[in-house]
Design a protein around this ligand. Structure first.
Ligand SMILES: [Zn+2]
Length: 305
């Protein structure tokens, strides 16, 4: 059923974002699926070590977005775009924003400025030739821009990116910059606008409610309550993120994965689809470049902190 966005009579339009990558490219699986194995190409007639599974969950996601009259931003890995050009064309055709998730899913903190510039430009060129539109948004793999990676933001601006969504303003064992702003801000003067995933401040603590494992971990009504709170208190839209592999509960997993990584990756995967349906119905959703347009253009400023 297609609902015009206004018929729900609810608050502002938030940004729905998808990090388009394969299940085997996720940081939690890295101990058992090293990059060297997923980068292997199949020999003539041979089998690839980790077969692609990105098409089916993307199809599902695109259908859900269309059913709810929602548009989204897809942060796409160049590595995936090169192997699935038709999927990228379809996403663009259906009205979604094509944005960059880098090429290799390497953490920014592990790249040299030269390597970062090269893969950022390569990804942008491939995505622009597939979509026919300028790519102006970027999200770092594993939210890997921290206080020491300001140089990367300058390179993003240099290469034509107008906003980034790459800093998690929280404490997390793998990433995060707890002192960073929860609101749209400019970490470096010559850099793009940084628009972080949603974080709620409650009881003197910051709670990441932007998506991923957090979306699957908390009971849905709690998650929705956190977003209602954001709607009441913030004067700007908030950012939700998800991955196609979260809608693929039957994905194969490598043997011998540390339990914590396995738990994180597979937690409530079977429920993600129905939760996402509810989330799409409970709020209004749009693309990053549109929902944050006045902030990206510098016409509006959010509070610091
Ligand atoms: Zn990613």
């Amino acid at each position: 059923m297609m609902l015009p966005p206004d018929s729900r009579g609810m608050g502002r339009v938030h940004a729905f974002t998808v990090d388009l990558e394969e299940y085997f490219q996720v940081a939690a699986l890295e101990p058992r699926i090293p990059r060297s194995t997923w980068e292997d190409e199949a020999e003539e007639g041979g089998e690839v070590p980790w077969p692609s599974r990105v098409e089916e969950p993307c199809d599902l996601l695109l259908g859900m977005l269309a059913d709810h009259g929602a548009r989204a931003t897809f942060f796409i890995l160049g590595w995936v775009a090169r192997r699935h050009p038709e999927l990228i064309r379809r996403i663009a055709r259906e009205g979604h924003e094509i944005a960059s998730h880098g090429w290799s899913h390497r953490r920014v903190s592990e790249m040299t400025p030269d390597a970062f510039r090269q893969e950022t430009m390569r990804t942008k060129a491939v995505l622009e030739s597939l979509s026919g539109a300028a790519v102006t948004g970027y999200r770092a793999a594993s939210f890997s821009i921290g206080p020491r990676e300001g140089w990367a933001l300058s390179i993003l601006a240099e290469t034509g990116h107008r906003y980034s969504s790459s800093i998690a303003p929280i404490q997390h064992d793998h990433y995060g910059w707890p002192e960073a702003s929860r609101h749209p801000w400019r970490p470096v003067a010559d850099g793009p606008l940084e628009i972080p995933p949603a974080v709620v401040e409650l009881g003197g603590r910051r709670w990441p409610v932007g998506g991923g494992g957090f979306f699957r971990f908390w009971p849905y009504p709690l998650f929705r309550g956190a977003w209602r709170r954001l709607e009441r208190r913030e004067d700007h839209p908030s950012v939700f993120y998800c991955h196609p592999w979260e809608l693929d509960p039957d994905q194969p997993l490598p043997e011998g994965l540390p339990w914590k990584n396995r738990w994180r990756h597979t937690l409530n995967l079977g429920r993600a689809r129905s939760r996402m349906e509810r989330l799409l119905g409970d709020f209004r959703w749009g693309r990053m470049d549109e929902t944050f347009a006045p902030w990206i253009a510098g016409e509006r400023e959010a509070p610091r902190g």
